[in-house]
Design a protein around this ligand. Structure first.
Ligand code: NAP
Length: 246
């Protein structure tokens, strides 16, 4: 489905980003695996993909750092001369009640989740505009739509991504670039490992499909949005949550 496409996934060393990168590679994209701290996991993923006779490379960049993002895109330009798909997936979640949420949590969460999405989109779209094509997929969350106790800052960062997605879609459409968001529900990754089992079970009882999502559930929707099947989809927010939000 993605033959010959160059696809960058931010935060692809673990969790949802890893599954997105793997499925894209299995669909014959050349995947660029961005990571920040988990170098070994990123290297293992490259080996796994190359072991299947498919194509991948990895690059370290903290998406909240303008310099590192700029360097990452200079490297992509030099090595591949193009970028077809950007998946803004890198994110953190630091839960705390508002009264206990200090400014450092705010700055870090907004820095990685929102500023990282802004920076990568700006650099990628500069290349895509010249190509007159491109697909950008931003990973939001259903808490952007619903809110959640203990997640004021996280949900704000994810809600901002939806506004950013819709505005960027309007601005970039004339260049043949689509911009969409995926809003996952609860997905089994390291991000949710500290949620207490009783709270997880309570959340589970609100999911019609009766199970927590897997990273692959999200990756399949991202694959669709990355492919030509979604050429007329832009500015959309797709919840992938087992029917938790309605
Ligand atoms: P995860 O397992 O904790 O993985 C997070 C990934 O983000 C890691 O690969 C990590 O890379 C990367 N990352 C963190 N800070 C970074 C930075 N400054 N620069 C570059 N990469 C960075 O989380 P996940 O569950 O897969 O979450 C992926 C995305 O889905 C996030 O945006 C999250 O908000 C969203 N989401 C998750 C859920 C869920 O239930 N899991 C639900 C809704 C939305 P390193 O380890 O290399 O630093």
């Amino acid at each position: 489905m993605l033959d010959g496409k160059v696809l960058l996934v931010t935060g692809a060393s673990r969790g949802i980003g890893r599954a997105i990168a793997l499925l894209a590679a299995e669909n014959h994209a050349h995947v660029i695996i961005n990571y920040n701290k988990s170098e070994n996991s990123a290297a293992e993923l490259v080996s796994l993909i190359e072991g299947k006779g498919l194509s991948a490379s990895m690059i370290k960049a903290d998406v909240s750092s303008e310099k590192e993002v700029k360097d990452m895109f200079s490297w992509i330009k030099e090595k591949y001369s193009k970028i077809d798909v950007l998946v803004n997936n890198a994110g953190i979640m630091r839960n705390s009640l508002l009264a206990f949420t200090d400014t450092e949590i705010f700055d870090q969460t907004i820095g990685i989740n929102l500023k990282g999405t802004f920076l990568c989109t700006r650099y990628a779209s500069n290349m895509m505009r010249k190509q007159k094509s491109g697909k950008i997929i931003n990973i939001s969350s259903i808490v952007a739509l619903e809110g959640n106790e203990g997640q004021t800052v996280y949900s704000a960062s994810k809600a901002a991504i939806i506004g950013f997605t819709r505005s960027a879609a309007k601005e970039l459409g004339r260049y043949g670039i689509t911009v969409n968001a995926v809003a996952p529900g609860l997905v089994e990754t390291d991000l949710i490992k500290d949620i207490k089992p009783e709270i997880k079970n309570k959340m589970l009882s609100n999911i019609s499909l009766g199970r927590i999502g897997t990273p692959e559930d999200i990756a399949k929707v991202v694959l669709f949005l990355s492919s030509d099947l979604a050429n007329y989809v832009s500015g959309s927010v797709i919840a992938v949550d087992g029917c938790q939000t309605i």
